[in-house]
Design a protein around this ligand. Structure first.
Ligand SMILES: Nc1nc2c(c(=O)[nH]1)N[C@H]1C(S)=C(S)[C@@H](COP(=O)(O)OP(=O)(O)OC[C@H]3O[C@@H](n4cnc5c(=O)[nH]c(N)nc54)[C@H](O)[C@@H]3O)O[C@H]1N2
Ligand SMILES: Nc1nc2c(c(=O)[nH]1)N[C@H]1C(S)=C(S)[C@@H](COP(=O)(O)OP(=O)(O)OC[C@H]3O[C@@H](n4cnc5c(=O)[nH]c(N)nc54)[C@H](O)[C@@H]3O)O[C@H]1N2
Ligand code: SF4
Ligand SMILES: [Mo]
Length: 763
């Protein structure tokens, strides 16, 4: 057994204490580089087009904060200006690239295309005509849409329903998402894998268990009434920059921001937001964290149990409130009382004093929002992590009133809409009943494949046809070799996409692979909608593409045509759904909370999904009360070097718990910029480690090492000393996905991307 990640936290900075002194080193997120980025983008050859797109009425392509839409593309749902961040510029610029030159696919073989990195794939340009790869051929070749429609319909029609499947990524519209699930369910198939299975599924499942509703229970307005935010496992400065504006304002009001993260992310200490130009540029940015806890990765249930214990001991839990608004609180209280401080500290690596200090700060707040992202969900106990946060929110009375509640910070710009539209293996009962009424027959009860189940079924040869609505199924999964093998056993794969990506070249089907170009959100010739992580439904007005002479299709048109070819006009006139106005009619009839979409075409009114935001502590569970449960502490033992085959006599090394995360210059599997200056990781072949760990094992900073995981290894990786907790390390995804075996949270199926055991070894 290797020594656990105990010992002092990562840096000389005080953790578990108030932080002003920590901020004096001048490092911060945001600031000048952002202003510089905007200026460069504006004066680039696509600058004009970029600004036209920014002012087009459509939601930002990038994250689920959901900026854009009505009143020009810069406003949030409260109408506040200056709310676009630079991430949306990056996303738009990538979409404004010219078409991939015809010579690329005609001239380069698949073997050559497979050599391209994620960034190089993206830089090829936009897909603008349909292509096919047939088994045995060395190239992708052009194909007509008529042939495409016939091939795809045949591939969906011939196999048994359980042998067809879809995978989707939350960039497409609600209308496309709704059609996708409807056409598959009408085919008797529930295999609706979605990127949320790799992302916030533990949040949806954990929150539904506790509160009966799987989305955020707060909205933007709530955040503006809070005086405390607990931000857990989120690198919002990079991934949800607009949230930083709310944190800056909250600190200005005298509020408290408690950050929990094994990595001391620069932008969570101090952030320069262009929405506050004077402070951002001249003042070196605004202070974010009032308090920073740096626990062992994967130990958040222990962190929250410790906070709960300290609250209980100081009499800060209002038992009358708990008894009135929760069921099953006894087992949780018993766990809090019976778990020793030693057990809690041994698990999370934080002292009793640190946790007591945190509890005191929390108890002093009047209204707290608990917000979290992938640092919570990407663990083998991701669902328990979410429940531990939800428990804490309830025990502190921070649910069901203005300014307080739980807020999963969603990823893709319409990932939450996909869930609402029923693209999930967990179909909610009211929607099932409504769909059965619409289709005039019962839906199949065969459980569908989520993303991991899909890969495993494909590997066993049990999937014949797969439709991918966006995403990068190959690039996003753990164990890249397994993902490639699994996809290679599927007969037909159809990828609907805007740009080429690694998966299109590595994730080839056994018989044929179709690469089908679609309009993005701001180009689609008809109106569409999306839903933000704050439950806000946005309207995207019709747009035009710059790809003159291209042969692209709208996702809605493609799916309606496929549905028509599969189902004729039974029991609905599928082809008429090519007009998304009719899709919205069906959505209004069958999706809970979406009634207001029925007249959005006339009213143009964006809206909040009904029944999601709780201003009263009454929840949509069977009893109307929250359902509490104990959250067991995980066993975080790391394997020994021998588990990986051991070290050679000339080698030095150590076993670390690897966090795989995003750099500041990428969107998921799509890399825009190689380096990450905020973490000192100047290129992607790097691993961030604690300097004390390096000294202890005899490796040197900036030495080149091999990182070995349970499924594969990466050679030529530079050791970067940085502010990560001892025993932990950080590398960039998707490159790191070759390292790990898929170990998933049994409750949600979501892989443990943030706690990957690896051996780092060097000469
Ligand atoms: N620019 C940009 N924006 C994006 C994306 C993007 O790739 N680029 N992706 C979008 C998507 S799909 C998503 S899901 C979100 C992702 O948004 P994030 O969740 O912010 O993204 P990650 O890079 O995975 O960062 C996770 C954070 O969790 C911390 N962490 C790791 N392990 C633990 C742990 O055990 N406990 C705690 N408390 N913290 C931990 C890491 O140090 C890191 O700071 O962003 C969305 N927005
Ligand atoms: N190791 C590790 N692995 C991870 C993660 C991690 O933190 N660590 N994070 C996980 C998470 S949170 C997620 S969400 C997944 C992401 O998994 P995916 O969603 O599968 O991957 P993306 O790279 O976001 O794929 C987005 C692709 O959609 C395409 N696209 C863009 N716009 C459109 C459009 O309008 N229509 C269509 N059809 N396509 C479009 C783009 O070409 C882009 O390549 O990865 C997961 N994998
Ligand atoms: S915060 Fe997210 S939604 Fe808002 S502009 Fe930035 S990337 Fe787009
Ligand atoms: Mo995600």
């Amino acid at each position: 057994m290797a020594p656990e990640e105990s010992g002092s936290p990562a840096t000389g900075l005080p953790t578990g204490s108030d932080l002003p002194s920590a901020l004096e080193d001048g490092s911060s997120g945001g600031g000048w580089p952002l202003i510089d980025g905007w200026a460069r983008a504006t004066f680039s050859p696509t600058g004009l087009r970029l600004w036209q797109t920014l002012s087009h009425q459509s939601a930002c392509l990038s994250c689920a904060w959901g900026t854009g839409g009505q009143n020009g593309g810069f406003r949030d749902e409260l109408g506040e200006p200056l709310q676009r961040c630079f991430k949306s510029v990056e996303a738009i610029q990538a979409e404004l690239q010219p078409a991939v030159p015809a010579e690329v696919f005609a001239g380069r073989s698949l073997a050559e295309l497979q050599q391209l990195s994620s960034a190089e794939c993206d830089r090829l340009g936009r897909l603008d005509r349909p292509l096919i790869h047939r088994a045995g051929s060395t190239h992708y070749e052009p194909i007509s849409w008529e042939e495409v429609h016939a091939l795809v319909a045949e591939a969906f029609h011939a196999p048994a329903p359980a042998r067809v499947a879809s995978y989707s990524s939350g960039r497409s519209s609600n209308e496309a998402a709704y059609l996708l699930q409807l056409l598959l369910r009408a085919r008797g198939c529930n295999n609706l894998a979605d990127c949320s299975d790799l992302c916030h599924a533990p949040s949806t499942i954990g929150l539904t268990r506790v509160f009966g509703s799987g989305t955020s229970m707060v909205n933007l307005e709530s955040l503006q009434h809070a005086d405390g935010v607990v931000l857990v496992g989120s690198n919002a400065p990079a991934n949800h920059p607009r949230l930083m504006n709310e944190l800056i304002r909250l600190r200005e009001r005298g509020g408290t921001v408690i950050v929990i993260n094994p990595v001391l992310e620069a932008g969570l200490l101090k952030f320069g937001s262009p929405a506050f130009p004077i402070r951002s540029m001249l003042g070196g940015g605004s202070e974010i964290a009032s308090l920073f806890l740096q626990p062992i990765p994967g130990s958040d249930t222990a962190v929250f149990l410790g906070i709960q214990k300290a609250l209980l001991e100081r009499g800060a839990i209002d038992l009358a409130f708990v008894k009135a608004h929760a069921d099953d609180w006894q087992p949780l209280l018993e766990q809090i009382e019976s778990t020793s401080w030693e057990a809690i500290s041994a698990c999370c690596g934080l002292s009793r004093e640190e946790l007591e200090h945190t509890a005191a700060r929390l108890a002093a707040c009047k209204a707290v929002v608990f917000a979290w992202a992938m640092g919570i969900t990407h663990h083998a106990n991701g669902t328990a992590n979410v429940q531990a946060i939800a428990n804490t929110a309830l025990l502190t009375g921070n649910v069901g009133r203005p300014g307080a509640g739980t807020m999963p910070i969603r990823g893709h710009s319409n990932v939450q809409g996909f869930g609402s539209m029923g693209v999930s293996v967990h179909l909610r009962e009211p929607m099932r009943l409504a769909l059965e009424q619409l289709l005039g027959r019962p839906l199949s009860r065969t459980p569908g494949y989520d993303t991991r189940a899909l890969i495993e079924a494909a590997e066993r040869g049990e999937v014949d046809t797969l439709l991918c609505l966006g995403g990068n199924l190959f690039g996003a999964n753990p164990d890249s070799a397994q993902a490639q093998r699994a996809l290679g056993r599927i007969d037909t794969i159809a990828y609907l996409a805007t740009k080429p990506k690694t998966g299109h070249f590595h994730g080839l089907g056994a018989r044929q692979t179709l690469l089908l170009p679609v309009f993005n959100r701001f180009e689609t010739p008809h109106r569409t909608t999306v839903e933000s992580g704050n439950n806000w439904v946005r309207l995207n007005e019709p747009g035009r593409t710059h790809l003159r002479g291209g042969d692209l299709i709208s996702e809605v048109a493609f799916l309606a045509e496929l549905a028509h070819r599969l189902h004729g006009s039974e029991p609905i006139d599928w082809r008429c759904l090519q007009d998304p106005v009719y899709v919205r009619e069906l959505i209004a009839r069958t999706v809970p909370g979406y009634g207001a979409i029925a007249d959005i075409d006339a009213s143009k009114r964006e809206f909040e999904v009904a029944g999601r935001v709780f201003q009263e502590p009454r929840f949509p569970t069977a009893t109307g009360r929250a359902q509490l449960a104990a959250t067991p502490l995980p066993d975080l033992t790391l394997p020994s070097p021998e588990h990986f085959g051991g070290l050679a006599p000339c080698e030095r090394g150590l076993v670390l718990s690897l966090i795989t995360a995003r750099s500041y210059g990428q969107h998921n599997t799509v890399v825009y910029k190689p380096g990450d200056s905020y973490r000192g990781m100047t290129h992607r072949e790097t691993i961030l480690v604690n300097p004390e760990d390096l000294v202890a094992c005899g490796l040197r900073a900036h030495q080149w090492v091999t990182v070995q995981g349970e499924a594969g290894q990466l050679e030529g990786i530079e050791l970067i000393p940085g502010s990560v907790r001892r025993g932990a390390a950080l590398m960039f995804y998707p490159e790191a996905n070759v390292l790990m075996r898929a170990v998933s949270d049994p409750e949600s199926g979501t892989p443990a991307f943030k706690r990957v055991p690896v051996l780092v070894r060097g000469a």
